[in-house]
Design a protein around this ligand. Structure first.
Ligand code: GDP
Ligand code: ZN
Length: 343
């Protein structure tokens, strides 16, 4: 990882510069906020954070005369960092600028480590994680399982989405079916679609309606194609955004919330698409393999590695077919990768 290559002195300098930058931004922000608070603020109303830019957020009004309209908002100093998907109480100021006065409790949180390795929320109130895979690039159970672990850990329902169904053929079908069967048996919802040919897309839309979803998955599986097919207008809005913020780089890092026409939202950003790949602890993994979790703690030895130990509950379940070899293999390789990553 890159951060390992930076020495302490370099790290210290980066932190110092970032700290100074943040201080200056906070001072400017404080000034704007004081001016706003000094003027006439509208009544308190509910809003939804649809994008996030450093110290400011974009809020969609959820009630009042301006419902559905979008306002740039400053944050009162005592507020925690807000993220896309947060529900807030805000007050309109003049010239379409507002002030956030409160954050409503989150039902769920997606988190990612920042450059210092500290877990930070990146999206709030997501209730469906769509794990996308495809016949090509060849899917890895290991990767799907990592996303499943992350979804279970966040308390968010996963949906397994096989895209590029048009590419299924006699060669790849047996392996794909074997892979899918494991997840079907575990009770995970599964859908096959083709973003290109449109097969299954209406069914997908139905499953997304009424939910706040994110799409995750390996590069090349068709996430952009799916998003573009579901939300043809999303592309142009991303373009608008960079003009509006005047900082093109933000468009690639900030998460943005889009509405589906029949209700339901999609939160999307490159950072979110990789959600779940970076940070999982051993406990998260054990809880995330749902068919394993009741077995942990029932092995003969308390420190059982579930490798060759006599009296291992997992090995017994594997023998009896209650645990599938694919999942056992995946579990082991994820655990090994955790040990490699920890430093
Ligand atoms: P992302 O990296 O996950 O966002 O994937 P993209 O949406 O960029 O798609 C990667 C490649 O797969 C592109 O060449 C797409 O045209 C192609 N692709 C996406 N969806 C489908 C599909 O349903 N069928 C086929 N055959 N190709 C697709
Ligand atoms: Zn064991």
């Amino acid at each position: 990882m890159a951060k390992r290559q930076l020495n302490r002195r370099q790290n210290w300098r980066i932190e110092k510069i970032q700290g100074e930058r943040a201080d200056r931004a906070a001072k400017r922000e404080q000034h704007v906020l004081q001016e706003l608070e000094g003027g006439d603020l509208g009544p308190e109303q509910f809003g939804l954070v649809i994008a996030h830019f450093g110290v400011q957020v974009e809020v969609e009004a959820q009630d009042g005369d301006t419902v559905g309209q979008i306002f740039r908002c400053h944050l009162r100093a005592n507020l925690p960092a807000l993220v896309t998907g947060d529900r807030v109480v805000w007050r309109a100021g003049n010239q379409g600028i507002g002030v956030i006065v409160a954050q409503l409790p989150r039902s769920t949180e997606l988190t990612r480590p920042n450059n210092q390795g500290v877990l930070k929320p990146v999206a709030a109130n997501v209730d469906l994680i769509v794990i996308v895979f495809a016949p090509a690039p060849e899917p890895h159970a290991n990767l799907i399982d990592r996303y499943l672990v992350a979804a279970e850990h966040a308390g968010i329902r996963p949906l397994l989405l096989l895209n590029k169904a048009d590419l299924i053929n006699e060669q790849n079908a047996p392996a794909l079916n074997a892979l899918l069967e494991v997840y079907r048996d575990l009770g995970y919802p599964l859908l096959e679609v083709s973003a290109h040919h449109g097969d299954g897309m209406q069914q997908l839309q139905k499953m997304l309606d009424g939910h706040v979803s994110v799409f995750v998955g390996q590069s090349g599986v068709g996430k952009s194609s799916l998003v573009n097919s579901l939300l043809p207008q999303a592309h142009t809005r991303v373009g608008d955004l960079s003009e509006w913020s005047g900082q093109g780089t933000h468009t690639t890092t900030t998460a943005r919330l889009y509405h589906f026409p029949n209700g339901g939202d999609l939160i999307d950003s490159p950072g979110i698409r990789e959600f779940g790949l970076v940070h999982v602890s051993r406990d998260d993994v054990e809880a995330g393999f749902i068919e394993f979790s009741e077995l942990f703690g029932t092995c003969r030895f308390r420190d059982c590695k579930h490798d060759r130990e006599p009296g291992c509950a997992l090995l017994k379940a594997l023998d009896e077919g209650r645990i599938k070899p694919q999942r056992m293999h995946s579990y082991r390789s994820i655990i090994v990768s955790l040990t490699e990553d920890s430093y």
